[in-house]
Write a protein that binds this ligand. Structure first.
Ligand SMILES: Nc1ncnc2c1ncn2[C@@H]1O[C@H](COP(=O)(O)OP(=O)(O)O)[C@@H](O)[C@H]1O
Ligand SMILES: [Mg+2]
Length: 254
């Protein structure tokens, strides 16, 4: 089935200490079937809030989101969110964590899906291990496997590799691309890492400072195997970076 996420003119205002704070301003965006769309923007510009609205964890103040024509009003198994920290259940083994979303299935089916996902994220030998026994990168791979278990229509990734060291991050980025090829997943990802955005994205959405508006949508035309050291890659990085420099807050010390 083809996946289509429409974010229609979404604005969000929080009331903090009795005062309205506008966090998102008229965000209008479509995520296409099979696309990996990456949102970048300064800290506090409303990226996580936008993802939470799509996840159904927050409601927009105005506007609405639709997944395949259905208005999103609450969380559902058609969307799965992955956070910077893995949020695995510490009292369950990795295998049990993955099986958590598969309760209605037969035992054989649960085992088959779990096996396949463990293989995909290279954790087959860790089925019976507990989250505390895994490194940061392994835990995040397990979290991705758990998210994929319910076969969501779209994966929502909120800085999923933000807490990992540089080399693990590169490894996980490649694994995410591999998973995407295997599963034909549609993904909406938030990052503040410009290189990560250029390495992964089909399109990059650059957001303004709070209240977050869409400044520019950049098509990343670099094909499947991207050369981080290449000239074209550097060109895209500069294009995104220039936005950040223009919109950053004035320095406290100059
Ligand atoms: N539930 C909430 N209540 C009040 N303010 C919030 C809430 N969630 C987020 N905010 C505020 O909204 C702004 C955007 O937050 P967030 O979406 O987390 O930004 P980002 O992910 O881009 O760093 C921040 O100023 C934050 O303090
Ligand atoms: Mg955030």
């Amino acid at each position: 089935m083809s996946v289509n996420l429409n974010i229609h003119n979404v604005s969000k205002t929080f009331i903090v200490n009795g005062k309205p704070i506008s966090v998102l301003d008229d965000v209008d965006l479509d995520v296409r079937d099979g696309e990996l769309l990456v949102i970048v923007g300064h800290s506090g510009c409303g990226k996580s809030t936008l993802l939470k609205i799509v996840a159904g964890l927050e409601q927009p103040t105005t506007g609405r989101c639709e997944l395949n024509g259905r208005t999103i009003t609450e969380p559902g198994t058609d969307r799965c969110m992955i956070f910077q920290e893995h949020r695995l259940f510490p009292w369950m083994s990795i295998g049990q964590n993955i099986q958590f979303g598969l309760k209605g299935r037969s035992r054989g089916e649960r085992d088959r899906i779990t096996d396949r996902l463990l293989g995909m994220v290279k954790l087959r030998d860790f089925r019976n291990a507990y989250p505390s026994q895994l490194s940061g990168g392994m835990s995040q791979r397990a979290a991705i496997a758990r998210a994929l278990a319910t076969d969501p229509e779209i994966l929502l990734l909120d800085e999923p590799f933000g807490a990992l060291d540089a080399l693990t991050k590169i490894e996980l980025q490649d694994e995410l691309l591999k998973i995407r090829r295997q599963q034909h997943s549609t993904m909406l990802m938030v990052t503040h890492d410009i290189e990560e955005a250029v390495y992964l994205a089909d399109r990059i959405v650059v957001m303004s400072n709070r209240p977050g508006r869409i400044e520019e949508i950049i098509d990343v035309d670099l094909g499947e195997h991207r050369d981080r050291g290449g000239t074209a890659f550097a060109g895209y990085k500069k294009r995104v970076y220039d936005h950040f420099v223009q919109t950053r807050e004035p320095a406290l010390v100059s």
